[in-house]
Design a protein around this ligand. Structure first.
Ligand code: NAG
Ligand code: NAG
Length: 342
């Protein structure tokens, strides 16, 4: 008969390999929420609920490495939403991933979630990612945000894109309803104090035909982890192609250092609708300096974003959390080994 210690070790290793997530509570609309079901003239024409226009549409990526973060993000969205039953999630996953695992995991924790999974052809985008910058951080799924207009059904006119390393502490409907003005395609917080020059190489700035891209534009840095996207305008302007053209150029001559961000700056910098900074308190991952704990930026907070190298779940597991990681913990749905079947 195996010793109790051996059994415990076995249990721990099983739990570590097959991460299981707890079931989240069900969240209900408040009485004054719009009914999203009245939208469709003929509900049978569209599958499910994907085309409800009065719904809040949210797009995220989903992969096994970040799924713990994604689950926490989803929970935070629902928990702070006044109309949680009107939120529809669109998850993009790598076509080579196990979609049945992703679907099972989501449905188990969120049995009432309205969602759709979209396979993303990583191979196609891999060819566009310049090898010199490809790293763990530059997995092809990072570029999925540039393809949402093609991936999501055309009936979805507006979507909020969210990274997986963040939590909301405010109603996502407010962010989703942010005005886009007469012609902006994107809304996101802008940071005009950041040194914009640093995002591009000297060879970019010294080439007039390239640096003229920013002539007559008051381009500022923005973080692409939180964006409200007008998909109709995106499709009409074929912005995916414009982003791809910059990626093609980057393959031929190095014009920037980072991965998926600079093409967004090139295409949209100075043309976005600025959102209050409270909607992206970014850098909580310690920017790109390992081990650094960052504080909040001054001002109110609607969304906490652990962008940078450090992720709260990894620091918590390593027993070296930063003080603000405590704010992420209430949204963690991962079962601890000792709470199995509890
Ligand atoms: C995919 O995930 C399902 C559900 O978790 C699992 O039963 C199946 O064995 C997985 N398939 C592969 C090829 O890993
Ligand atoms: C901005 O960045 C560029 C390139 O990295 C650098 O040369 C310049 O000194 C920086 N400017 C400021 C004000 O820090």
């Amino acid at each position: 008969m195996p010793s109790p210690l051996l059994l415990l070790l076995l249990l721990l290793s099983v739990a570590a390999n097959a991460a299981t997530f707890k079931e989240a509570p069900q969240f209900y609309n408040s009485p004054d929420c719009p009914s999203i079901a009245d939208d469709l003239e003929d509900p049978d024409e569209n599958d499910q609920h994907l085309c409800f226009n009065r719904a809040v549409h949210v797009a995220m990526t989903l992969d096994t490495a970040y799924i713990r973060g994604s689950m926490a993000a989803v929970l935070s969205v629902l928990q702070h939403s006044s109309c949680p039953q009107n939120v529809i999630f669109h998850f993009v996953y790598s076509a080579s991933a196990n979609s049945s695992f992703l679907r099972t995991t989501l449905s188990h924790s969120f049995p009432y979630l309205k969602f759709q999974l979209y396979p993303f052809d990583d191979e196609a985008v891999s060819r566009l990612i310049s090898t010199s910058i490809r790293s763990a951080l530059d997995c092809p799924l990072n570029y999925a945000r540039s393809y949402l207009a093609n991936l999501l059904p055309t009936c979805v006119a507006r979507v909020v894109y969210l990274d997986s390393d963040l939590i909301l502490v405010d109603d996502i409907a407010k962010l989703s309803a942010h005005p886009l003005g007469a012609d902006s395609v994107l809304a996101a917080p802008e940071y005009c104090n950041a040194n914009f020059t640093a995002y591009f190489t000297p060879s970019f700035w010294s080439n007039p035909s390239l640096s003229l891209t920013f002539a007559n534009r008051k381009a500022c840095y923005f973080n692409t982890g939180v964006m409200v996207i007008d998909l109709d305008r995106w499709r009409a302007g074929d912005y995916t192609t414009k982003i791809e053209e910059w990626m093609e150029l980057q393959k031929r001559m190095r014009i920037y250092e980072l991965g998926s961000l600079p093409p967004f700056l090139l295409v949209f910098g100075g043309r976005i609708a600025p959102v209050e900074h409270r909607w992206n308190q970014h850098g909580l991952g310690g920017d790109n300096i390992r081990g650094l704990c960052r504080d909040l930026h001054p001002g109110p907070v609607s969304l906490l974003h652990w962008s940078g190298k450090g992720k709260p779940w990894a620091r918590l597991d390593a027993n070296r959390p930063c003080p603000l990681d405590a704010l992420w913990v209430p949204y963690d749905l991962l079962e601890t080994p000792f709470s199995i079947d509890s």
